[in-house]
Design a protein around this ligand. Structure first.
Ligand code: CA
Length: 228
């Protein structure tokens, strides 16, 4: 059986040692690069199933490495950012070429493992042949295709999944907790701000095409609803 492989790009060797022990125990194979340049080389050579990427790296910083990884692999390989700074979260999640997820240091290995497994699960393909039409929006999950007013929306996988969740239940309230559980697939330790960041991104993209339509309604303190 092929082991799933994880690439860790992180300059702190003790984090590698800690993760190596724990990930191997869980049946993963782990590669380590102490900086972005080596990380990008290892990525091309080993084609890992998932990348753990430190934000603060010597040389190329984590966001630049993330951007270049996306150029190489599109969104087929999940990237989880490791960061010591919670004020960077908006930046990490909001970026067009952004990470799929993040975890702040110091983190628990158990939590990181849960996120790794959830991210790997999400890369599996959605149900076949499904198509959703809501007004001027059309979603084809299988192809990650979103067309709005006959124009292609460029969405990250999380944005797509969130939009899909909203459209699948038009007129119904999707609570932020519900969105976390469905889109992120695990207990997110109550960080519902993640959902708000993603909804904001989706809205901006919809507004670029139809500025006045505002199809996603906010229910303050509760969640969101696709009008219709
Ligand atoms: Ca570091």
């Amino acid at each position: 059986m092929n082991k799933e492989t994880i690439l860790l790009i992180e300059d702190e060797k003790n984090i590698f040692e800690l993760l190596k022990y724990n990930l191997q125990k869980e049946g993963f194979k782990i590669f380590w690069a102490p900086d972005g340049k080596e990380g990008l080389e290892l990525f091309s050579r080993e084609k890992p199933d998932l990348v753990l990427l430190d934000l603060m790296l010597p040389g190329l910083d984590g966001l630049e490495v993330c951007r270049r990884l996306r150029e190489k692999a599109g969104f087929s390989v999940p990237i989880i950012m490791l960061t010591a700074r919670s004020d960077e979260i908006d930046k990490i999640l909001g970026l067009e070429m952004g990470a799929d997820d993040y975890i702040t240091k110091p983190f628990s290995v158990r939590e990181l493992l849960a996120r790794i497994k959830a991210a790997l699960r999400r890369t599996q393909t959605p149900e076949k042949g499904e198509k959703i039409s809501r007004g001027f929006l059309e979603l084809i999950p299988e192809e990650f295709s979103a067309i709005f007013h006959n124009r292609e929306l460029t969405l990250t996988p999380k944005e797509f999944s969130l939009l899909y969740l909203l459209c699948k239940h038009p007129g119904k309230v999707i609570t932020r907790e519900n969105a976390l559980e469905t889109v992120w697939g695990y207990e997110y330790y109550g960080d519902t701000r993640t959902v708000d960041v993603h909804v904001r991104q989706i809205r901006q993209k919809l507004e670029q095409i139809a500025p006045d339509e505002n199809p996603i309604e906010t229910l303050r303190g509760i969640g969101y609803r696709w009008r219709g």
